[in-house]
Ligand binder design. Structure first.
Ligand code: 5GP
Ligand code: ZN
Length: 137
């Protein structure tokens, strides 16, 4: 896609700091480095985001994620890795070409804070919601 910044990176029209590349996928360092080694894994084909992908294209992308995440963790001596994917503006997506963030984690004060708001579980509401959402096979 001509006006997509990640397509331009894939095509080599914009430089990037490559961490991994094969025929399907490119991984490169995020400019922002929220934590050291913050990496983006992108499919070489353009998709707006994960919501636009089918199972095969998503499988091909995610199949590469474990080995790249392990490489970051091992080489940087990280204690863990957060794997994040934002879909649409409301979810924090700012670049509209599918990408998976790999964020090596060192400790609680390493620059990334993800908070899940703790609340009391409402079991009947959960059961109803699951029933409404149930997709089957
Ligand atoms: P999003 O907010 O869409 O999930 O993440 C987009 C990410 O792309 C941001 O973390 C941002 O720093 C990164 N980014 C935006 N433009 C460029 C660029 O030209 N090169 C690289 N390496 N990262 C970029
Ligand atoms: Zn693109």
């Amino acid at each position: 896609m001509s006006d997509c910044i990640f397509c331009k990176i894939v095509a080599g029209e914009i430089p990037s700091s490559k961490v991994y590349e094969d025929d399907q996928v490119l991984a490169f360092l995020d400019l922002t480095q929220v934590t050291k080694g913050h990496t983006l894994v992108v499919p070489k084909a353009h998709y707006r985001n994960m919501l636009e992908m089918d199972g095969d294209s998503a499988s091909s992308l995610f199949a590469r994620v474990p080995k790249i995440a392990r490489q970051l963790k091992n080489k940087l001596g990280a204690a863990g890795v957060n794997i994040i994917n934002n879909n649409e503006e409301a979810a924090g997506q700012t670049v509209f070409h599918t990408h998976v963030h790999l964020l090596p984690r060192f400790d609680q004060n390493d620059g990334l804070k993800i908070d899940f708001v703790a609340n009391e579980p409402d079991f009947p509401a959960l059961a109803q919601l699951a029933q409404d959402l149930y997709l089957g096979e």
